[in-house]
Design a protein around this ligand. Structure first.
Ligand SMILES: NC(=O)c1ccc[n+]([C@@H]2O[C@H](COP(=O)([O-])OP(=O)(O)OC[C@H]3O[C@@H](n4cnc5c(N)ncnc54)[C@H](O)[C@@H]3O)[C@@H](O)[C@H]2O)c1
Length: 376
């Protein structure tokens, strides 16, 4: 018989006190469902600095443990879970160590630095019996879910078209990436489309390029077609170096259904026009609607308190990372890449990664890459 879920706010440690880690600290500090009991960052002094910057009240500050190792801080603070907001390369070691120590994890996207590590983390979650949820925050947008509801009313999404055109000058790591748009940004649109489209992604065809005026080293523009098991198609076209008439950060969406079309600008409620010309205005989100990081945290804490498994649970999220990996390979090799290909390779590589025996046992039970994710 499994133990009854604990009650009350979930005591959590935020691991990684960089830009996004500080955003997460703010969300936890404002939450009724979670309580910030610790912060860890591998850089000595970074966790202390973040706590000093964000927590004004001295008494409250004293109740927050700090250190350089997530599991050690969690133990010292009596935490029940960690939020992994480290750099992608650290997601696998940090999350695997926490799960192995019996701590559920809410992790920032991407699930891990590689698809093989993401599959491995699904194995760690199975072996530990602990929840590992990936926060892909842009899917927590009430307008997006309203767009899905409207599409359902019109018979379901058959063609989903996303246009994303912006011109940010970030500087830093994105400027040096080989596929900055696909890997760092389009991942959100690929994931959001999975909210709208039924079925599993099956194959990806991508073309990426570098406009002559681009200030990125890698390909800042791409067109990606994703076909689904239901026959639906998601077509994404985007650029990170297109000034003028920029789209929203969520992109600009058109969803074609048998009974009409839904459009969404990524910022305001979607609207639909039926085949007969009737206009259906999407509902304005309720005042108490949960958005982005706050919604991820709420779903994670609810699950730890006996609620449903959240849709960001690792097995569900790995599909999004598999689309990214297939898109990069398709663009590099100029061919259609199936999800089965990248997932089977990732499973083989994940089984070869060092880790506790239970993880290999868990991954050995996966018939193939996709079957393991369906079963999760
Ligand atoms: N959802 C979104 O819209 C969004 C936006 C930005 C970043 N992100 C994601 O958030 C994560 C963090 O991004 P960021 O911009 O905050 O990066 P960052 O480089 O500003 O911060 C990362 C921090 O993690 C720390 N760190 C690295 N390895 C560690 C380890 N083993 N243990 C503890 N701390 C460690 C670093 O010292 C650094 O302080 C990334 O996965 C990124 O993709 C998501």
């Amino acid at each position: 018989m499994s133990a009854a879920p604990r009650t009350g706010a979930v005591p959590v440690v935020v691991v990684g006190a960089g830009g996004m880690g500080r955003a997460w600290m703010g969300v936890v500090l404002a939450s009724a469902e979670a309580r910030l009991v610790g912060v860890a960052d591998v850089v000595p002094g970074a966790a202390e600095a973040a706590v000093t910057a964000l927590v004004e009240d001295e008494g409250r500050r004293a109740g927050i443990a700090v250190g350089t190792d997530g599991v050690e801080v969690a133990r010292a603070a009596g935490a029940e879970a960690i939020i992994d907001v480290t750099i992608p390369e650290a997601h696998h070691p940090v999350t695997a160590a926490a799960l192995g120590a019996g701590l559920p994890v809410l992790g920032e996207k991407p699930c891990a630095a590689t698809l093989a590590e993401a599959v491995s983390l699904a194995g760690h979650a199975e072996a530990s019996g602990r929840l590992f949820m990936v926060s892909q925050s842009r899917r927590n947008n009430p307008h997006l879910h309203e767009a899905r509801r409207l599409a359902e009313q019109l018979g379901g999404a058959g063609i989903v078209d996303t246009r994303f055109f912006k011109a940010p000058h970030f500087g830093g790591f994105r400027d040096a990436m080989r596929h900055p748009l696909i890997v760092d940004m389009a991942i959100h649109a690929f994931d959001a489309a999975r909210v709208i489209v039924d079925g599993a992604p099956v194959a990806v065809r991508a073309i990426s390029h570098s406009p002559s005026w681009s200030w990125y080293d890698g390909d800042a523009a791409a067109t990606v077609h994703i076909t689904y098991s239901t026959g639906a198609v998601h077509a994404f076209t985007g650029s990170w170096c297109s000034p003028g008439q920029e789209t929203s950060w969520n992109g600009d969406w058109r969803i074609s259904c048998a009974g009409g079309t839904v459009t969404w600008d990524g910022e305001t409620p979607p609207r639909a026009v039926t085949a007969e010309g009737a206009v259906l205005e999407g509902a304005v989100p309720a005042e108490d609607a949960r958005w982005e990081l706050d919604a991820s945290l709420a779903a994670f804490c609810a699950a730890l308190r006996g609620g449903p498994v959240p849709d960001g649970e690792v097995h569900g999220n790995v599909w999004t990372q598999a689309i990214v990996e297939a898109a990069v390979r398709s663009a590099d090799e100029d061919r259609t890449v199936t999800l089965a290909e990248v997932l089977d390779e990732a499973l083989t590589a994940a089984r070869a990664l060092p880790g506790p025996e239970g993880v290999l046992d868990a991954l050995s039970r996966w018939e193939d890459g996709a079957a393991g994710l369906h079963a999760g």
